[in-house]
Design a protein around this ligand. Structure first.
Ligand code: ZN
Ligand code: ZN
Length: 281
């Protein structure tokens, strides 16, 4: 991770501050993941293969189990990291700590109910915490559990014939996509970070596969990341061409370091269905 971040900081100095923040968080996540106990994935649903074939994801997002004590301790670590990043985070972290000490916010409940937006937003509102900040912290705190789950699923369930625009594990939309190997395309889940293979020419958001209405553009001088545009639903997704990079990229980090492409796409009138959690808008 350190090397990856270093490399990117050199290539994209404008993003240095963001990259530092990401690096600190992902090191804390890696540490937390090391202490998690891995148990083989067993689906609670019978006939899982048939369900997958029909397009039903393996799990219901709100019921995805996370390691609560580990997520709580990571959440607390993120508060320590975040308070030194900028004023906005510092203020929010103060409100969070105040809400914890006055028992208006229970971190354990927050991570357990990770997909209950109504619950989270209500507490954020009462405790004067920005919704996006609380969401970001919860999301980052449960990532080690979700990533471990994804690895276990990869070992037991064959998702190669899935090819859909949403995640086979949790049903969420992709954050970015990547071209790998001989040009196979993969999507990265915006919620659980699972990567699944898809068709090369297809809009994940409306399933459009008509060549006439699918285009892309690059930033000048950087062909490693392109923006795939769909004229039909007016959305876009960034695609990292890993074959054009000399290193194995971290897709979240590449997403952060290509925010200029999001700006260009938005100027062209295209929207991004899933924004980066790092934007915290
Ligand atoms: Zn997912
Ligand atoms: Zn589309």
């Amino acid at each position: 991770m350190r090397e990856l971040a270093e490399n990117l900081r050199e290539r994209k100095p404008a993003y240095a501050e963001f990259i530092d923040f990401y690096e600190q968080i992902s090191m804390a996540q890696e540490q937390a993941k090391k202490d998690l106990v891995s148990t083989p994935f067993k689906s609670a649903k019978p006939g899982i293969e048939a369900e997958l074939k029909e397009g039903f994801p393996l799990l219901d997002k709100p019921e995805i189990p996370v390691d609560v004590p580990s997520s709580v301790s990571l959440f607390k670590k993120l508060l320590e990291i975040g308070r030194h990043v900028n004023q906005k985070l510092q203020q929010n972290i103060e409100s969070i700590e105040h809400a914890i000490s006055s028992e208006r916010l229970d971190i354990g409940e927050q991570v357990r109910r990770h997909s209950d937006e109504i619950y989270r937003d209500e507490i954020a509102l009462h405790a004067r915490i920005e919704r996006s900040v609380l969401k970001f912290l919860v999301h980052m705190s449960i990532q080690p559990s979700l990533q471990l789950l994804g690895e276990q699923i990869k070992d037991t369930v064959d998702t190669r014939s899935w090819l859909r625009g949403y995640c086979p594990v949790c049903g969420s939309l992709p954050l970015v996509s990547a071209l790998k190997g001989e040009g196979q395309r993969f999507f990265l889940c915006s919620f659980c970070s699972f990567e699944w293979q898809s068709e090369r020419l297809k809009c994940p958001f409306c399933e459009n596969n008509d060549h006439q209405t699918l285009h892309y553009f690059y930033a000048e001088g950087d062909e490693a990341c392109r923006v795939d545009l769909c004229e039909k639903c007016k959305t876009y997704i960034k695609t990292i061409d890993t074959r054009k990079l000399s290193y194995e990229p971290d897709l979240h980090l590449e997403d952060i370091a290509t925010i200029h492409l999001d700006i260009l796409a938005s100027e062209k009138g295209f929207s991004r269905p899933v924004s980066s959690p790092w934007g915290m808008e």
